[in-house]
Unconditional design. Structure first.
Length: 110
């Protein structure tokens, strides 16, 4: 459990880093595009290329964040199920209140 929560903690930092990288790269390429548009209006298409390159890379970062979120949620769900089956009493199905709390825990973790 300790390793699982440590992994979730690190995964949260990874997701934060992915989002920050997304905004950073998008901002850099967008700023570069506007700079070239304003400074060298005749090279508008060159600036547009930088802008679209930024959007292209940002798409990859958003896709990475999406998949990381998906796998993190799947990991939470899997660990919660294993916790319900192995760690808890074997007659947990006979206790509706305990089952309700466990299901609530799963949704809370996700």
């Amino acid at each position: 459990v300790v390793f699982f929560f440590a992994g979730a903690f690190l995964a949260a930092f990874f997701l934060a880093g992915a989002f920050l990288a997304t905004f950073f790269f998008a901002t850099v390429f967008l700023a570069a595009g506007f700079f070239f548009v304003e400074a060298f209006f005749t090279t508008f298409f060159f600036a547009a290329a930088f802008f679209f390159a930024g959007a292209f890379f940002a798409t990859f970062f958003f896709a990475g964040a999406f998949f990381a979120t998906f796998f993190l949620a799947a990991g939470f769900f899997f660990v919660a199920i294993v916790w319900m089956i192995i760690v808890m009493d074997k007659d947990w199905l006979a206790r509706p209140r305990l089952v309700t709390k466990s299901i609530s825990l799963i949704f809370f973790l996700q």
